[in-house]
Ligand binder design. Structure first.
Ligand SMILES: NC(=O)c1ccc[n+]([C@@H]2O[C@H](COP(=O)([O-])OP(=O)(O)OC[C@H]3O[C@@H](n4cnc5c(N)ncnc54)[C@H](OP(=O)(O)O)[C@@H]3O)[C@@H](O)[C@H]2O)c1
Length: 313
């Protein structure tokens, strides 16, 4: 029997329960995947808690969008995949599951040396990071400040910005400074005094700031440091961006992503998979938790885990 995590009311992690599911045979253009790992994203927690808009719940609501696994069947006329292929799934509806049936365009082939956990860790964080770096046209002339550089999105932003030739500074707890440094950014502690610390570390100035934490502090510091507000973006305080004159990409923004931004988020997955396979990009895997303990996984993300929390069906 196949199973999945779902909830029937908004609330804390305790609303997550394991349910039995029927998995249909894949139809035309679809692929059935046996899931080997699932990425847990902060968005999953926000939706569960009702912190992001969602329609009324009329049936058990499935959770999650990012996973990786192996193809077990393909629908009639579906091209590009066959049983046995290792794949990365992004943008799925209800990825916290043992089995998924998804449109073929939700899949990317997973190179042999990319683990299921690494594949499951890509979707939202890496897609968001790559799109943000592309949208802000980060390049060799830039010095970029990343708030929350030690998180899943932050680590990916740091690496893409470095790959595009930028100098990068990233705020982090002291505990996580080595990780930020290993990815090629200059770490500095978040909190009061960031503006002075950044001016000492980057006397030439900051040209781009990317907020991945959403505190007033991070937004104020970004505005104090970057002259051109069109090169400040928040991924968390989207609802406040227009009032501050800065950019937002989702994160509660009333402005939907453009077609180009959506395309970049999709393009990021094969780009990152190829980079990982070549040893040129790193994804930090955190605690690996059994699927049935999804509530525990959400508690860990809420508390702040080191690396991507992954569920194992
Ligand atoms: N707009 C979008 O499309 C989009 C997409 C993906 C994610 N997001 C949002 O982006 C945020 C980050 O996501 P994530 O997946 O990277 O989360 P994550 O992996 O849980 O990382 C969160 C990070 O925040 C850092 N942090 C905690 N308090 C901080 C503070 N006061 N100042 C600076 N950094 C602080 C932590 O650093 P330490 O551990 O070093 O303390 C941690 O590394 C979430 O709010 C998420 O919902 C938005």
């Amino acid at each position: 029997m196949s199973s999945a995590i779902a909830y029937t009311e908004l609330g804390g992690p305790e609303v997550l329960t394991l349910i039995d599911i029927d998995v249909p045979a894949p139809g035309p253009g679809e692929v059935a995947v046996r899931v080997e790992a699932v990425g847990v994203n902060p968005l999953d927690l926000k939706l569960r808690a009702g912190l992001r808009p969602s329609p009324p719940i009329t049936e058990p609501r499935r959770v999650g969008s990012d996973a990786a696994g192996v193809v077990i069947a393909v629908g009639e006329g579906t091209e590009g995949f066959r049983p046995g292929d290792a794949v990365i799934v992004s943008g799925a509806r209800g990825a916290y599951a043992t089995d998924l049936v998804v449109p073929a365009d939700a899949l990317v082939r997973r190179p042999g040396n990319v683990s299921a956990a690494q594949g499951a860790a890509l979707g939202i964080p890496v897609g968001t990071a790559y799109q943000t770096v592309r949208s802000l046209a980060v390049g060799p002339e830039d010095t970029v400040l990343v708030h929350a550089a030690s998180g899943s999105v932050g680590q990916a932003v740091v690496q893409f910005a470095r790959l595009y030739g930028a100098t990068v500074l990233g705020t982090t707890s002291d505990r996580r400074a080595d990780r930020v440094s290993a990815l090629g950014a200059t770490p500095l502690p978040y909190g009061p005094g960031v503006v002075d610390r950044v001016r000492d570390l980057a006397p030439g100035g900051i040209t781009v700031a990317i907020d991945l934490v959403g505190t007033d502090e991070a937004l104020d510091q970004s505005i104090a440091l970057v002259a051109d507000k069109s090169r400040i973006a928040t991924l968390v305080r989207g609802a406040d961006a227009a009032g501050l004159g800065i950019r937002a990409f989702s994160g509660g923004s009333p402005q939907p992503l453009t077609d180009q931004e959506i395309a970049w988020r999709k393009e990021a997955i094969p780009v990152a998979a190829a980079l990982i396979a070549a040893g040129a990009f790193s994804v930090e895997i955190g605690p690996e938790i059994p699927l049935e303990d999804a509530a525990e996984a959400h508690r860990l993300v809420e508390k702040g885990a080191d690396g991507k929390v992954v569920l194992l069906p």
